[in-house]
Design a binder for this molecule. Structure first.
Ligand code: AMP
Length: 118
């Protein structure tokens, strides 16, 4: 069940502020409040979806529009040349904290191993 009171739902409603980078009819991108790299941006769809698989059930058009927005942010921030990483944490094992589907864009330094070795 989607929780309308999750923090990204509140940001989408304008109930709490964000440092906006990009917005269109389908998606909103803003700086992560606790950056893990010199560039750490979150892109969220405007639809109510918890996970990527949830979101994908809304159809190819929505998915396409969302990832077009991700690509637009990458372009606007000029991340192509240096490279970047997209992450979508999902559920408990994925370490998802906010239950609204989102993609992290990380860049600005060598990001190291894809998965922490413990
Ligand atoms: P995840 O673990 O993939 O669910 O990531 C959630 C991300 O949201 C974390 O990187 C948090 O730092 C970030 N975050 C939480 N609250 C806010 C907020 N109010 N504005 C911007 N980013 C936030």
């Amino acid at each position: 069940m989607y929780d309308d009171n999750n923090i990204f739902a509140k940001i989408l409603r304008g109930d709490i502020p964000c440092k906006k980078i990009y917005e269109d009819a389908h998606a909103l991108a803003f700086h992560d409040i606790s950056p893990q790299a010199p560039v750490h941006v979150l892109v969220i769809p405007k639809d109510k979806a918890i996970s990527f698989s949830d979101f994908s059930t809304l159809g190819a058009g929505k998915v396409g529009n969302f990832f077009a927005a991700v690509g637009q942010v990458v372009k606007e921030l000029k991340l192509e040349e240096g490279g970047y990483r997209l992450i979508a944490n999902t559920g408990m094992n994925g370490g998802q904290e906010v239950p609204h589907f989102h993609v992290h864009i990380l860049a600005g330094k060598r990001l190291g191993r894809m998965v922490a070795q413990q």
